[in-house]
Ligand binder design. Sequence first.
Ligand SMILES: [Zn+2]
Length: 197
Amino acid sequence: MTSVRSVTVSSGLSIDRVSGLINEARQVPSPNCDDRPEDAAIDLVVVHSISLPPAEFGGPWIDALFTNTLDPQLHPYFREIHRMRVSSHLLIRRDGELVQYVPLHRRAWHAGASCFAGRERCNDFSIGIELEGTDEDPYEVAQYQRLAAVIAVLEKVYPEVTRDRLAGHSDIAPGRKTDPGSAFEWARLEHELERIA
Ligand SMILES: [Zn+2]
């Protein structure tokens, strides 16, 4: 019901429509966001993967990257990326923990040059979800379950986010991006979504 401020689904997640925050997520506000274009409908979810340093899991470095506090001294790879001004709305860690960096109604900077169904600049109209992982390492069951829960609650608040409007970063930026990689099983996500429905 659109009049209800907070929308909850059986997945156990709820969205505060005013703040654009998922109540159950750990909040780590990122300055790397701005307003979406006026009247931009939110009708796409982009699935990404990230790990910092590459292929290492569990550290605090993704939070640091998205809050512009990544220390370039700590790893050669950090030296390459620490000046990037990027973010995503959400991150799902290996254990299923949900972290939010940007309110859902704001524009996060996750997609870069991109195109979905003939529309460019996917940041304008999408919600970006990072999975902690690599293109090759199998994602955890807890991550599929949490991702399905997030999509289920997003569908309630943003009815234009339908099942055919879920894309990988590699789908909207082919040739430039490969995440979430061959390790990501869309059929498995589908399965988890059906369990929630
Ligand atoms: Zn990506």
